[in-house]
Design a binder for this molecule. Structure first.
Ligand SMILES: Cc1cc2nc3c(=O)[nH]c(=O)nc-3n(C[C@H](O)[C@H](O)[C@H](O)COP(=O)(O)OP(=O)(O)OC[C@H]3O[C@@H](n4cnc5c(N)ncnc54)[C@H](O)[C@@H]3O)c2cc1C
Ligand code: FES
Ligand code: FES
Length: 1365
């Protein structure tokens, strides 16, 4: 063994578990030192030497807790969100090349970093040294809102620029594939990064000749007034990129890489030993010794098993330094690729060789490239290895079916020798004799060249086009007898159908010798459906869709081959018909182009007055440098403990016993806290913090374990034993209606005479719609840090909340102390969207009770899966309608019933159903209307506030039956909308006055700006030409009511101090969660005090400075706090006036000094009593909302009828934002909300088991929109010359309204589906439920393939998931 195992002595238990080692080697190991090698790597140029590196330690937590670099964020912990992105640089001694790549630090064991240089966001730039152009531009282009995703966005771009200083737009968008943002809608991020693009730095909007970044004025056709302005940032302000300023790769690492090539490294942890050999011989010895030890290369598969399934490996072998595993060679048969090559390297190699080789040889390579373009994000592609991909062989892994049909060959090696095995269906199914032996490893993979008569295709369809595992994928290959279309060999594999990739082997055999024609296709479909079966209860659900994809892909393959035959032998094989040509190809989005237009400020406005200007987010630069501090970034304090919760696995059960004895024995565990430990009130008015006696949903907190570390707290959680006695649960709305299980009374409004209305109708329709819920998916999970002050029962509560006052109130009640003893602080929140209105109070109570019991500070940050499990989301909705209308499209009566699934506690559900009822009319004057609503009480996690608060469901419901009315009358939907739209001054159904003038203006403006009618004609033309792809277009109006239906919810206070140096500290009750409230408040203070913005500072929202603040929600945060700040500043200015008048030429500082000398108070509170609002539910009348926001959106999409995929082509939004205090912030809210709405209506799907357990608990199973989902052209236009006299500076609240407009995409898809159905002869009305996922779109495009698949009778099987709406 000699040099092999320099000092490896795995712990005794490790040897025991991994099998007996050969005696000689074992002796050698025992003789070695037990010391670990020193792990050496650099972070941001600083050398790190870890003498006791723990192989289980991941870089993300090492950076945060170990190095106190908190800029790298935790968003999911499973590689799905990109918030934790860092750049890794390594030196390759043989090629003498330095490689840079982006990586998810949440999946990177630190031991993998030996000899690497890590760059984090702090290393890219900082306000203390130099802000990097990427950071600067992202901030200046308004590419950050809450800022939680921003460091990851910076790092992905930084890694790209280090490798490609002149990147193409395709490279830029691909670099962001693995980064999610929940706030911005991505458009400003893409615009920022466009400025680095090599090809064209300008975002020429096709056809218009305008650039979204230039400052040219664009005039509105219909309005006079101040000039219109296009673009929100100025390219000229940007610092140039200066590569000489970047970190250089540490020369010491180059030296080490050369010297240490020959030395095996061993790192011992408490439970795991990490061994990194340097040559193949050593590796094979090790594998023989530890046959069960995984070979960890990227850790993207092993890491997930360890995290999600609790798998533990006593020994891990890290083979990355072995040159044989990195080989790349061109042989006579094909390409040989080393097993440790990353998928990104594989892609780059293939991209290089494909153009160099004859086309006929590269068919397999091109099929692989197609999969590699959409597989995961760039971070995962850079980490994941080809060998790891092949061996971990997840059922949905995309390369394996293609490698298998391509007859790839695996070169294996073990101590006993080498051999080659085919990578085929049997290998992928893990059949014993076709698989690796335990001691074998893959050295390399031969990917063969294709032959002239070969045809190879790859298919995948996922819930999101990029960075989402396939629902079904496939590799297909046919080899014809030379110069014929007679099948000589056929190979078809599918992923996503069973637990492993499956082959249609028998079907393929049966088809050999057949000609490639329609009869063959027909038989092939039947054979495949017969051979590959999918149980109706199959995990993952979507059973009929998956069955349909089997044959849809087959059909696509059939056509692709026909197309190929025609290209090869044009004389012999006819052109593909026009109809079938449209089935070819999958969607590929262009880099999005944006345009933002708003009215400029009055030219007479002083330049120093920032109101009305697109001022950068007050924390934008700090977001981009990672310096912005979020709750969990607060530095550790002495004696702090970590808290983890035990949650209920039952939907409804009695708690019989709780046994914590084993948990208390776990090392590091300090205590277990239960309901018994709450000295006062256990939770809020309607939700317990700790369950007592009974649990009412899966995920309810039962008790909490506090320990010295987060890991120990989790270990303690595993040991708590709770015995339950099951009770009958109610889960769905249908169940709740059956059991009469509701919260509160029915809410009802009625206007006109409904019976008369129906009598005057020409036709009456009735129907139903189901709308799914939505996860908030804020990037920052819930977090609270509680620090007892040690005297008078005082306690500081740092909490990520939208409602600090409620946290204070309920923590005080729980601890049975006065509110004055509890100080709540919120510096900023990493996204909230309504999800942090009520739930953080529960988390704060849980933590505060633990702090009270132990007397020590408690840190409680939820993991992503816990957050999604516990917190609930947007209410799933079920609506029934009966609508009467005349033949010319006038709606005469509507009788509406709405139900929401509230979950297990009241939370905000009563208010949500009130809003559903009040907002059902949307933009329409419905003369005779009855709306009734109920909140259903079920045993699901309690649903809560979510941006739009009931309106997104109510509005979609209304627009759905409007479409049905259109279908029945034969009129276009926009006509029905126009005919019934509110016009001029009106009354709402609850008798509130409403001036709809601007609604009509928005409608006309949007019609014009979107060129609706000409594009509609173009869509119709496209649809005539294309049978398998269809386009759709829709224009949707909106009336959104802002605020709350009671005056007291609109009150606000502020506290403004002027210090003697003239600087100003503004505090108010609003909370910053990305919506730019503090930026706007500083603008207000700057205008009112007439001081430059740089004089004004905001520190934190705190219950110490502003008491009893209302929750920041309902789109009115800036409105009401703005009034309070304005009031405080005006009081101060008034006090200063005599001094200013005496010395009008003086400077601000002089006046302040004088005021101080004259004993004038330089501190003032400001107050706003609130907008008048009230609603009387007894009479069904009231002034329910302070004012309305109007908007209209037009969207165009294209769908693939065979897969259900869709692409967002263009969206135009016209919004009545009135005088925007900050157009960059307001347009950011509109764009971000719109994209969140696109997610709600087209892709985000929460799945529950029949037992009420939520399956969708992370970015792997729940898909929010990514860069690939935003419209290719995305234009926002703020209606000019519009005023809102009741709000500050005549502005309007923009936080929520844009979300509903996302449904324009839903209805554009509906339009496309309608075109499909009409062409297929499926006349008549149909209803599409929300979200319109790939599955729903495909299944609505009924055709002979959907007819062909086996259907299971509901009730005859147990489905994997249930519909809760
Ligand atoms: C967020 C995320 C998104 C993803 N999205 C996709 C997707 O869209 N499509 C897709 O196809 N895949 C996807 N994947 C899966 C990804 O392709 C695999 O996890 C990856 O290829 C595994 O490679 P690795 O190097 O990280 O393996 P590791 O986790 O390091 O190892 C995996 C297994 O392979 C074995 N192994 C590794 N190398 C060898 C060798 N040379 N010889 C023998 N055994 C070996 C190890 O022993 C281990 O059992 C995704 C993964 C993540 C985390
Ligand atoms: S935290 Fe690492 S990818 Fe989400
Ligand atoms: S700014 Fe991207 S998640 Fe908030």
């Amino acid at each position: 063994m000699g040099a092999v195992l320099r000092c490896a002595e795995p712990p005794a238990h490790a040897l025991h578990q991994t099998g007996a080692a050969p005696a000689a080697l074992l002796c050698h190991i025992m003789a070695c030192s037990t010391q670990s090698d020193a792990l050496v790597f650099f972070v941001n140029g600083r050398k790190i030497i870890e003498r006791n590196a723990n192989p289980e330690k991941l870089l993300l937590s090492y950076l945060g807790k170990g190095l106190r670099l908190s800029g790298t964020k935790y968003g999911c912990g499973i590689g799905g969100c990109g918030a934790c992105t860092v750049m890794i640089s390594t030196y390759e001694p043989t090629s003498k090349k330095i490689m840079h790549y982006p990586a998810n630090s949440c999946l990177l064991p630190i031991c993998l970093l030996h000899n690497s240089a890590v760059t984090t966001v702090e290393g890219v730039g900082s306000t203390k040294t130099r802000v990097h152009p990427i950071q600067e531009r992202l901030a200046k282009c308004h590419g950050s809102q809450c800022g939680f995703c921003t460091p990851g966005m910076v790092m992905s771009m930084y890694a790209l620029l280090r490798n490609h200083p002149d990147p193409s737009m395709e490279q830029i968008t691909a670099a962001l594939d693995g980064n999610l943002c929940r706030c911005t809608g991505y458009r400003p991020i893409i615009d920022t990064y466009k400025s680095f693009a090599g090809e064209t730095a300008c975002c020429q909007l096709r056809g218009t000749g305008q650039c979204c970044l230039d400052k040219e004025d664009v005039y509105s056709s219909s309005d006079k007034g101040n000039q219109m302005h296009s673009g929100l940032c100025n390219l000229e302000e940007f610092q140039p990129v200066d590569p000489t300023q970047e970190f250089i790769f540490p020369p010491e690492l180059m030296r080490m890489a050369q010297e240490q090539q020959k030395r095996t490294l061993v790192f011992h942890g408490e439970r795991t030993t990490w061994i990194s050999p340097t040559n193949l011989r050593e590796l094979l010895e090790l594998k023989a010794m530890y046959p069960k030890a995984p070979l960890v290369v990227g850790n993207t598969s092993v890491g997930l098993e360890m995290k999600l399934d609790g798998v533990h490996h006593p020994v891990i072998i890290h083979p990355t330094r072995i040159p044989d595993l990195h080989v790349v060679s061109n042989t006579n048969n094909g390409l040989v690729i080393g097993a440790a090559c990353s998928l990104a390297q594989l892609r780059d190699i293939l991209m290089k060789v494909v153009p160099e080789l004859p086309e006929e040889k590269t068919k397999i390579f091109r099929a692989l490239l197609q999969q590699l373009k959409t597989l995961a994000g760039e971070q995962i592609r850079s980490l994941a290895s080809l060998g790891g991909h092949i061996v971990s062989r997840g059922s949905t892994w995309d390369l394996n079916p293609v490698l298998a049909v391509g007859n790839s060959v695996l070169s294996l090696a073990s101590k006993d020798g080498t051999r080659q095995i085919p990578l085929n269906d049997q290998f992928l199914a893990g059949y014993g004799n076709a698989d690796l032996k335990p001691k074998e490893i893959i050295v390399s993979v031969l990917i063969p060249y294709s032959k002239k008569d070969d045809f190879v295709s790859a298919f995948r369809q996922a819930e999101r086009r990029k960075n989402a595992a396939s629902v079904v994928n496939s590799g297909m290959r046919v080899l014809f007898k030379p110069n014929t279309d007679i099948i000589m060999d056929l190979n078809i594999l599918y992923g996503g159908i069973g637990p492993t990739t499956v082959s249609a082997r028998k079907s393929c055999q049966r088809l050999i010798g057949r000609q490639w024609n329609e009869q063959m296709l027909d038989e092939a479909c039947k054979l495949v459906l017969g051979e590959i079966s999918l149980s109706p209860s199959a995990p993952g659900g979507k059973v009929e869709y998956r069955r349909t994809l089997l044959v849809s892909f087959l059909f696509k393959f059939y056509l692709e081959v026909l197309y190929g035959l025609n290209k090869m032998y044009p004389a012999k094989y006819p052109d593909l018909s026009k109809k079938n040509l449209s089935a070819l190809g999958s969607f590929h989005s262009e880099a999005p182009q944006g345009m933002q237009t708003y009215q400029d400020v009055d030219p007479a406005q002083p330049p120093q007055d920032p109101v009305g200007r697109p001022i950068m987010h007050q924390s934008g630069v700090k977001h981009a440098t990672g310096e912005a501090v979020y709750c969990n970034d607060i530095r550790a304090v002495d004696e702090e403990l970590f808290l983890a919760v035990v949650t209920s696995p039952r939907a409804h059960a009695k708690i019989v016993t709780i046994d914590v004895s084993e948990a208390l024995n776990v090392p590091g565990v300090v205590d277990v806290v239960t309901a018994e430990d709450v000295p006062g009130k256990n939770g809020t008015d309607n939700e317990q913090a700790y369950a007592k006696d009974e649990v009412i949903c899966v995920g309810q907190i039962v008790c909490a374990v506090v320990a010295e570390s987060a890991v120990q707290a989790k270990q303690g959680v595993e040991k708590v034993k709770i015995e339950y006695e099951d009770l009958e649960p109610v889960l769905t709305i249908e169940d709740a209606i059956k059991h009469n299980s509701y919260f509160g009374e029915e809410k009802k409004i009625e206007q006109g005479n409904i019976e008369e209305g129906f009598k005057s109708a020409d036709e009456i329709i009735e129907g139903e719609i189901h709308i799914g819920g939505q996860e908030h998916f804020y990037l920052e999970t819930n977090s609270v840090f509680v620090v007892p002050r040690g005297e008078d029962n005082e306690m500081d509560v740092h909490v990520s909340t939208q409602d600090a006052a409620s946290v204070q109130e309920f923590v005080a009640l729980a601890l049975d102390v006065q509110s004055s003893k509890i100080m709540c602080h919120t510096k900023r929140v990493g996204g909230a969207f309504g999800g942090k209105v009520t739930k953080p109070t529960i988390f704060a109570v849980v933590a505060a009770v633990a702090a009270n019991k132990t007397g020590r500070p408690i840190r409680f940050t939820l993991e992503r899966d816990e957050d999604m499990l516990i917190t609930g989301g947007r209410h799933p909705f079920f609506g029934k309608y009966k609508v009467g209308f005349t033949n010319d499209g006038r709606i005469t009566a509507a009788d509406i019933e709405s139900y929401i699934n509230a979950g297990c506690t009241l939370d905000e559900s009563e208010l949500v159903i009130e809003y559903v009822v009040l907002k059902t009319d949307n933009a329409y004057k419905l003369p005779n209307l009855r709306v009734r609503g109920r909140a259903c009480k079920t045993n699901l996690p309690s649903n809560t506030a979510f941006r739009g608060f009931g309106f997104p469901q109510a509005g979609l419901f209304t627009e759905s039956w409007i479409v049905t009315v259109a279908t029945r009358t034969g009129l276009p939907p926009e006509k029905i909308r126009e005919i019934n739209m509110y016009k001029g001054v009106n009354l709402t159904p609850f008798k509130e006055e409403l001036d709809a003038t601007n609604l009509v203006k928005c409608w006309k403006e949007c019609m014009e700006k979107s060129e609706y009618y000409s594009r509609k004609t173009a869509v119709e033309e496209f649809n005539k030409q294309n049978y398998w792809k269809k386009k759709g277009i829709a224009i949707i109006p909106m009336k959104f009511s802002v605020g709350f239906n009671a005056t007291r919810y609109h009150q606000a206070a502020a506290l403004v101090h002027i210090y003697t140096d003239g600087s100003v500290l503004v505090t108010h009750g609003g909370i910053e969660m990305g919506q730019g409230i503090h930026t706007k408040m500083l603008q207000v203070a700057s205008r009112e005090l007439k001081v430059p913005l740089s004089y004004v500072h905001f520190c934190e929202t705190s219950t110490i400075t502003v008491p009893n603040a209302i929750v920041t929600a309902g789109s009115i945060g800036s409105d009401v706090n703005g009034k309070a700040v304005q009031n405080a500043c005006q009081i101060l200015r008034k006090r200063l006036e005599p001094i200013i008048n005496k010395n009008p030429e003086g400077k601000w500082e002089d006046w302040i000094t004088e005021a101080y000398d004259q004993s004038v108070s330089l501190s003032a509170t400001g107050y706003f009593r609130g907008y008048m609002a009230n609603m009387n539910w007894d009479t069904g009348e009231g002034q329910a909302f302070p004012y309305f926001v109007f908007g209209v959106a037009c969207s165009e999409v294209e769908i693939d009828c065979l897969t259900g995929d869709h692409k967002n082509i263009r969206t135009d939004i016209v919004m009545d934002a009135c005088f925007s205090i900050n157009p960059a912030v307001d347009i950011g809210q509109i764009e971000g909300a719109f994209v969140q709405g696109v997610g709600l209506y087209t892709m985000e799907e929460i799945k529950f088991s029949p037992e009420g357990e939520q399956y969708t608990l992370g970015p792997d199973t729940y898909k929010i929109p990514a860069v690939c989902d935003i419209p290719e052209q995305f234009r926002v236009y703020l209606l000019p010359n519009s005023r809102n006299p009741i709000a500050i500076y005549s502005s309007k609240g923009m936080g929520e309204a844009g979300l509903f407009l996302g449904c324009s995409v839903f209805f554009a898809i509906w339009d496309a589906v309608a075109a499909v159905r009409k062409e297929r002869g499926l006349t008549g009305t149909f209803i599409l439920n929300s979200p319109l996922t790939v599955e729903r779109i495909r299944m609505a495009c009924a055709d002979n393939f959907t007819d062909m698949i086996p259907k299971d009778k509901p009730g005859t099987y147990k489905p994997w998931a249930i519909d809760i709406a």
